[in-house]
Design a protein around this ligand. Sequence first.
Ligand code: HOZ
Length: 426
Amino acid sequence: MNSSRSQELFTEALRYIPGGVNSPVRAFRAVGGNPFFAQRAYGSRVEDVDGNVYIDYVTTWGPSILGHAHPAVIAAVKAAADRGTSFGIPNQFEGELARKICEWVPSVQKVRLTNSGTEATMSAIRLARGFTRRDKIIKFDGCYHGHVDSLLVKAGSGALTLGQPDSAGIPAALAALTLALPFNDVEALRFAFAQNKNEIAAVIVEPIPANAGLIPPQPGFLETLRELCTAHGTVLIFDEVMTGFRLARGGAQELLGIQPDLSCFGKVIGGGLPVGAFGGRAEIMDQLAPLGPVYQAGTLSGNPLAMAAGLAQLKVIEEENVFARLEQLGAELEAETREALKAAGLAYSFYRYGSMFCLFFTPRAVRNLDDARTADLAHFARFFHSLLEQGVYIAPSQFETGFLSAAHTAEDLKRTAQAVRQALRA
Ligand code: HOZ
C-alpha cells in the first residue's frame, strides 16, 4: 500500500503542528506508524491522498450517520453558504434545530447551541454549579466529556489512549472538586453522596460510555444514579455527544428509559460541521445569561452552516427510517464478528448498541475502566494495521467506539468480515 504522499504531508505537519495532528488520538501513537491523510470521503468510504480507499468505521468520530458527503447535507450547506457563512445575529436555522432537539428528546425543554461537545459539557457543568450553588461534581473513570479542565480527570478517549487520563495543566485545587468513581459501582456512588452531603452540584455521565471502548451500563446503575441525584438535589447530566440522535431519536436516554436534568449533544446534529448543544429542564436553562447569572457565549454558536447541515441530516434520518437500517446493519456486523472470533478461537468481548460497537481484546466482561484496561493492546495494534492493509479503517485506539453509517452496504460488511477473520490471526 503506497503511503508516500501521506508521509510527506505528515513530515510537513510535524514542523508546524504539535505531534502533526489537531487532536491526539489521530496520531496513531497507540498502534504505531503514522496517520494517513484524507483527500475526500463519500458514503461509507474515505480516500487518502495516495489514492487508497478504506471502508470507514470512524465516520469522522460519529457525525456522519448517513455516510460521508450525503447529498442532502451537502446541498443544505451550499445553500446556506450562499447566504453568508456567519452572522453573529440570530438566524432562523438556530430556532429550527433547537425545536427539533426539544421535540426528539423529551427531557430537553430548552437548549443552547455551541460549537463543540467540549463547550457543551463545560457549559453544562458551570450551569449546574450556578443553579445549585455547589462546587463538587462526580464523573466516572473512563468517561470522556471533551477536554474541559474539571473533566479531564480519569478521562477516556485520546487521553486514555495516550495513557494520560489526567492532564497536566489542571490546577490540583480544581481537580479536587471532581470526584471520579468507577462506572457501574452502585456502592461507590452511594458512599460518595453520603460523604459529600449538599456539596455535589452535578453528576456527569455518558449513559453508555463510548470513549473507553463501549461499556454497557449494568441494570439498576443509572436508575440508582437518577434516584440519588433527585434525592440530593444534584443535577444529573447525560453526555450524549456520542449516543445522541444516533441510538434512537431520543438517544440513549430513550433507549434506557431514564431522564436526566441536562443533556449534552454534538456530532450528528451538526452533520459533520462543528457543533454542540446542551439543554434540559427550563428552570435550570433559564439560569443562563441573558435571563440568569450563569454566563455562556460564542461568536460562532448557532452558525448557519452547521445548523443547516444538522437540520438536513435529521430530516433524512426521520424520512428514511435510518435507525431501523442501522440496527439491521449493526446486527449483521455483530453476527459476523462473533463468527470470526469463534473461528479464531478467541473469547474476546464484543458490545454493540445499534450502530455503535466495540471489540475489546480481552475475554473479561467489561463493566468499567479497569476491565477495559485488561485488553491486549499489542494484539489490537496488529489487528488495526492488518485491517488497514486490507482497506478497512477503524479508530487507531482500543479505547474508542466503532460507528456504522446508513451508507454502509451488505457488500461492505462482507468485505469487512473477511478482513476481520484475517486480522484476528495477525
Ligand atoms: N472519542 C473522541 C470523540 N468523542 C475522538 C475524537 C478526537 O478526540 O479527536
